[in-house]
Design a binder for this molecule. Structure first.
Ligand code: FAD
Length: 262
């Protein structure tokens, strides 16, 4: 099946917002894009492309927390976005589970804090042990915030809630769509997208935000060094139901010569 669609975008002047957010703007319609695809793929694209505003369209590569947050901020400002992720579906793994007060304050600005407060587990106290002896008990009560605690919630749920909030702006994640390469020349920014069904698409966003993780295509494309290192240690993460006599709103960090357990 073949479909054709006209993408339009607009921008205003040359920009270099950061190393990972860049682009160039010139107000214009960007032409017709041909792509092969099934109805589902087309529906996903159309859902984020249905309106043409007189402001720059931004391509966000990566729909994990950072990309979702960027998309929420831009959508709140009525800036059209295309949010793509090469993963065909939302990850089910818990991964990052601790949400701090400042993040909750930002979620509040996005009118998104309520479901987090409802679904997550609150911890007001952290206990630190060394070789079985408690060294410190840290109470978050005195924090100058409306959220003086650490909130525990699976990252998969965090991403789902952010995705739902984005949907309320009419933005849907285009899943199974990968940023393959891009270039930025005198004609502006051009990005090549690849669909899981083999279709390819070339678009000209005014900006692109590269939030595509540790092995970032954007970082490699810009030849930006990864500043960091690999810890040659074994980490074990398990989601368990455990019966203990400890208070329900405290968490515990155990250290010894053997390692750290939380
Ligand atoms: C087992 C585990 C436990 C963790 N525990 C914690 C924790 O306790 N606390 C904590 O703070 N962090 C933790 N993390 C790390 C946390 O998950 C990451 O910091 C977080 O996911 C980073 O979010 P991100 O949006 O920056 O990037 P990522 O989550 O890496 O997302 C990048 C996204 O980009 C997509 N993508 C990649 N390349 C392309 C491309 N070319 N085109 C389109 N899409 C692309 C990927 O599919 C992915 O969805 C843990 C991670 C793991 C794996």
């Amino acid at each position: 099946m073949r479909a054709a669609r006209t993408f339009a975008s607009a921008a205003s002047g040359p920009h270099a917002l950061s190393k990972r957010l860049f682009g160039r703007g010139d107000r214009r319609t960007l032409g017709t894009v041909q792509f092969e695809g099934d109805a589902h793929a087309r529906a996903d694209v159309e859902s984020t492309q249905s309106k043409v505003l007189d402001v720059p369209l931004v391509l966000i590569a990566g729909a994990s927390p950072t990309g979702l947050a960027a998309a929420m901020s831009l959508s709140r400002a009525d800036i059209p976005v295309r949010l793509i992720d090469k993963a065909p579906e939302l990850s089910l793994w818990s991964r990052a589970i601790g949400i701090q007060a400042r993040t909750l304050e930002l979620f509040e600005q996005h009118r998104l804090v309520e479901p987090f407060l409802e679904l997550a587990h609150r911890a007001s106290v952290a206990n630190l042990y060394s070789n079985g002896q408690r060294l410190a008990r840290l109470n978050f009560d005195s924090l100058q915030t409306r959220y003086p605690y650490l909130l525990f919630l699976d990252q998969s749920v965090t991403e789902r809630l952010m995705t739902e909030r984005l949907a309320s702006f009419g933005v849907r994640i285009e899943r199974g769509v990968e940023l393959m390469r891009f270039r930025q020349g005198s004609a502006g920014l051009e990005a090549a997208l690849w669909y899981r069904n083999g279709a390819e698409e070339s678009i000209r966003p005014s900006y692109m935000i590269g939030v595509d993780g540790a092995h970032s295509t954007v970082r490699h494309g810009l030849d930006i060094e990864f500043i960091g290192k690999t810890f040659e240690q074994i980490f074990l993460l398990a989601d368990l139901h455990v019966d203990t006599e400890w208070p329900d709103d405290e968490f515990h960090i155990f250290t010894s010569g053997e390692g750290i357990g939380t």
